[in-house]
Design a protein around this ligand. Structure first.
Ligand code: SAH
Ligand code: SF4
Length: 346
């Protein structure tokens, strides 16, 4: 089997040469054809027209998808896709019609071991890492099985991408290969709980930087450690050190996620401390109303409390974007991706 979704063009060309003894005059058009059309019907490919044997061989050898789409649920224009992997675990991706082009929110792990208390995925624990092909496969399936023009990819589905960084980096290399899926680095965003070693490594990634989003969610170490256990080993000052060293694409900013929870992180002094923490950085802050997870005692902010917090930040010169809760009814919104892998509701 040739696992094409695991490989960049150059890696594919090497594997192709080893297996079939053919050079890039054949492997390049094959790679391009599969990645751009999602098809393995090679009789359409002129370079293979004189080689029906090889075309047939390739049709059986190329492993396209490491999983199969088993469910598709929509809520307005948000679509949640459930993919069943070879070992019967399910992962979720969400198509968001954001900006001008569609965004796919991809999973990087089945579950997550970071244990953030407000997060549904966190309640699952980590079942396993996804392979690069399983990450790329989510984009491939959305583009070619659903026919959606995915241009932006955000690692904000299940899992902590920097806890599976080797595979995430390989997936980024495959997604951005111009001879294949050709997604620009500036349209990729990796969202993290704040693992500084991973941020530093991503900062040094060859070529153009990808965007970085950080789930901050709190203005002080006290509050953050209560919400997010990782803060006890990587406190906010250390996190800020890594953020200041992160390269930004031209005209871009760091994205900060702040989940607003009633009575926890929604007071005026919280807004002030948050603004102060962010003051020396170029950021865009997404203010997300907490989405109650089953069995969790916290409440979302009222519309008034949300607007008030927003206004306090704006008054402190923080660039804030409101973020609604698209997809709430189909459990596709932030912190709701849990799948059926473990009983979360019962
Ligand atoms: N592990 C990474 C990527 C997942 S992104 C990270 O945490 O950044 C998931 C996003 O959803 C995070 O920004 C998180 O803060 C947010 N989130 C998690 N649970 C939520 C909830 N119950 N309500 C609203 N947002 C939530
Ligand atoms: Fe994991 Fe992110 Fe959820 Fe925290 S918020 S448990 S890091 S998925």
């Amino acid at each position: 089997m040739l696992k094409i979704l695991d490989t960049t063009h150059d890696q594919f060309a090497d594997a192709f040469r080893r297996r079939y003894g053919k050079g890039t005059h054949i492997s390049t058009p094959v790679y391009r054809h599969v990645m751009k059309t999602g098809k393995t019907a090679f009789h359409e490919l002129s370079v293979l027209s004189g080689q029906p044997e090889l075309a047939r061989q390739l049709e059986t050898d190329l492993l396209l998808s490491p999983g199969r789409l088993v469910k598709r649920v929509s809520d307005g224009d948000v679509v949640k896709l459930v993919t069943r992997l070879a070992d019967d675990l399910d992962i979720e991706s969400v198509v968001l019609p954001m900006f001008r082009r569609h965004t796919l929110c991809v999973s990087s792990q089945v579950g997550c071991r970071m244990g953030c208390r407000f997060c549904r995925t966190g309640k699952m624990g980590l079942l396993r890492n996804l392979t690069a092909a399983e990450i790329v496969g989510q984009v491939f399936a959305a583009r070619h099985q659903l026919g959606v023009d995915i241009r932006n990819v955000v690692f904000m589905g299940m899992g902590e991408p920097l806890d599976n960084l080797d595979n995430v980096i390989q997936a980024i290399r495959v997604l951005t290969d111009q001879r294949g899926l050709d997604i620009a680095r500036r349209y990729i965003t990796v969202s993290t709980v704040g693992l500084t070693a991973g941020i530093d490594r991503l900062a040094r990634l060859d070529g153009a930087p990808v965007n970085l989003a950080v789930s901050l969610n709190a203005p002080t170490d006290d509050i953050r450690s209560r919400l997010m256990p990782i803060n006890r080993s990587i406190p906010m000052a250390a996190l800020r050190g890594s953020l200041l060293g992160y390269p930004l694409a031209r005209k871009s900013a760091l994205f900060i996620e702040y989940v607003l929870i009633q009575g926890i992180n929604d007071r005026r002094e919280h807004a002030s401390a948050l603004a102060q923490y962010l003051a020396s950085m170029t950021v865009k802050l997404n203010l997300i109303p907490y989405n109650p997870a089953p069995g969790c005692e916290w409440q979302p902010p009222s519309a008034h409390a949300y607007e008030r917090f927003h206004a306090w930040l704006v008054a402190k010169n923080v660039f804030v974007r409101r973020r609604g809760e698209k997809g709430g009814r189909i459990m596709a919104a932030c912190g709701q991706l849990g799948g059926k892998n473990k009983s979360l509701d019962g």
